[in-house]
Write a protein that binds this ligand. Structure first.
Ligand code: 5RP
Length: 150
C-alpha cells in the first residue's frame, strides 16, 4: 500500500520506527516530514498528508503528534479525509471497520513505538464492514457538503 506519513517535532522518532516497520512489511512509504526536532506547526503537515490521500498519491496517511488531538482536528478539515485518533488496538479496529478512516493519527507522548506498530497493523488490515456504517459515512459526507441532516 502507498502510505504518506508525517509527524511534528514530537513524533520524529516514532515516525522513523513506523516507517522502518511499514517498509519491512512491503508498503511504499512517502515520508513527508518533519525531518528534525525543530518545533513546527502541525496544521500544514496535516493538510499535506490529507491532500496526498484525497488526490490519490497515497492510499492512506499516518500523522503523529504529541497527543494527536490537534492533528486529528486539522486532518478532518480536509474534505474527504476521515482521520481517526487511535491509542489502542480496539480503537484502530473500529476506526477501520466502522469509520473507514483514511488517516491514522497517533500521539507519541501517549503510546510507545511498539504500541504504534500494533495499532497501525490493526488499522491497515481491518476491513470496513459497510452496511449501516456506510450509511453513516454517507451522512458525514453530506455534512461535509454543508447539508443539514436535522
Ligand atoms: O499533539 C499535538 C496537538 O494535539 C502537538 O504535537 C502539540 O500540541 C505540539 O505542542 P508543542 O509545540 O508544545 O510540542
Amino acid at each position: 500500500m502507498r502510505i504518506a506519513i508525517g509527524a511534528d517535532h514530537n513524533g520524529i522518532s516514532m515516525k522513523a520506527h513506523l516507517t522502518r516497520w511499514l517498509t519491512a512489511e512491503g508498503h511504499e512509504v512517502d515520508d513527508r516530514g518533519a525531518h528534525d526536532t525543530e518545533v513546527v506547526d502541525y496544521p500544514p503537515l496535516c493538510a499535506d498528508i490529507g491532500r496526498q490521500v484525497v488526490e490519490g498519491r497515497a492510499e492512506r496517511g499516518i500523522v503523529i503528534g504529541g497527543t494527536g488531538g490537534g492533528e486529528a482536528i486539522a486532518c478532518n478539515k480536509i474534505r474527504g479525509i476521515r482521520a481517526g485518533l487511535c491509542h489502542s488496538v480496539f480503537l484502530a479496529e473500529i476506526s477501520s471497520a466502522h469509520n473507514k478512516t483514511n488517516v491514522l493519527v497517533l500521539g507519541a507522548k501517549v503510546i510507545s513505538p511498539a504500541e504504534a506498530v500494533e495499532i497501525a497493523s490493526t488499522w491497515l488490515t481491518t476491513p470496513f464492514k459497510g452496511e449501516r456504517h456506510q450509511q453513516r459515512l454517507d451522512q458525514i459526507a453530506a455534512l461535509e457538503r454543508g447539508e443539514s441532516l436535522a
